[in-house]
Design a protein around this ligand. Structure first.
Ligand SMILES: [Ca+2]
Ligand SMILES: [Ca+2]
Ligand SMILES: [Ca+2]
Ligand SMILES: [Ca+2]
Length: 272
């Protein structure tokens, strides 16, 4: 009986039928309410994305498609985010708006790492004080094995192990192999490892090809950065022997520099 009487009621009451449907007040199903003669189209939301057809007409989006640019975010979600509902990649940095959940979809210089490492929300709020124990670490950046520029402060919410190494150094090779194995499990508990390679086998700055072969040889899945001339490594009071590891806690507080960090020390500062 209800399904017969309600449409009748709506077509006579005129006002309110469509509004009731759109406001999702619960109660009767849309079949019962909207199945009548259609009524006025002023508040019609054909694709159910939360924007009326009139609003979509003004925006230029497709009123029959909830996600006009098919990037995985609905037109109304893009309205809330400030992204372009008619462009899957609003800032043109090569990553779709949906894939920029850790980065700014409106800043072409801020994009996800090809290595898949997450960037911490705190990355632009760190106030660095120095490079010694107890300091808040100064930021650095260098190019990784994918050609991306990686920043230390991008991992501000994690514990970070910084390893200073060279490709010709035997102990560096075996340490890299061991750390690469450990990283598979420790990454999920909030550890990031950044390896700075100061020299290739010829004593020169590591090339893109050198970084490639290094990560392939030792199954490395953390960022390996070329540090030609030891320009970054030298900030950490490198005193002539490598590998040297430094441990930085969440929030970028330096806990240990120029030493051999033990597994127990890493374990103690993992945030997750
Ligand atoms: Ca709509
Ligand atoms: Ca969209
Ligand atoms: Ca983008
Ligand atoms: Ca971006």
């Amino acid at each position: 009986m209800r399904s017969w009487t309600l449409p009748l009621l709506c077509s006579f009451v005129l006002l309110g039928c469509e509004e009731k449907e759109g406001s999702s007040a619960g109660g009767g199903s849309s079949d019962e309410v909207g199945g009548g003669d259609g009524g006025g189209s002023e508040v019609k939301d054909s694709d159910g994305d939360g924007l009326t057809d009139d609003e979509e007409a003004a925006l230029g989006t497709d009123p029959a498609l909830s996600d006009s640019d098919e990037d995985g975010l609905s037109d109304s979600e893009e309205g809330a985010l400030g992204t372009d509902p008619l462009a899957a990649d609003s800032d043109g940095d090569g990553f779709s708006d949906l894939d920029e959940d850790d980065t700014d979809p409106l800043d072409p210089d801020d994009k996800p790492y090809q290595g898949g490492w997450n960037k911490g929300d705190c990355r632009n709020d760190i106030e660095a004080t120095g490079n010694g124990v107890g300091d808040i670490a100064r930021d650095f950046e260098a190019v990784d094995q994918f050609g991306d520029t990686v920043r230390l402060h991008d991992f501000c919410d994690r514990a970070v192990l910084v390893i200073l190494s060279a490709m010709w150094c035997g102990p560096c090779q075996s340490e890299t192999e061991d750390l690469a194995k450990d990283f598979v499990e420790l990454e999920s508990r909030g550890l990031m490892i950044i390896q700075l390679l100061g020299e290739n086998n010829g004593g020169n700055a590591p090339t893109d090809g050198n970084l490639d072969s290094w990560v392939n040889d030792y199954d490395v899945t953390f960022p390996v950065l070329s540090d030609g001339g030891w320009s970054i490594s030298s900030r950490y009071e490198l005193d002539g022997y490598i590998p040297t590891t430094s441990l930085i806690g969440p929030g970028m507080e330096i806990l240990e520099v120029d030493g051999r960090v033990t597994p127990g020390e890493i374990e103690a500062v993992l945030p997750w």
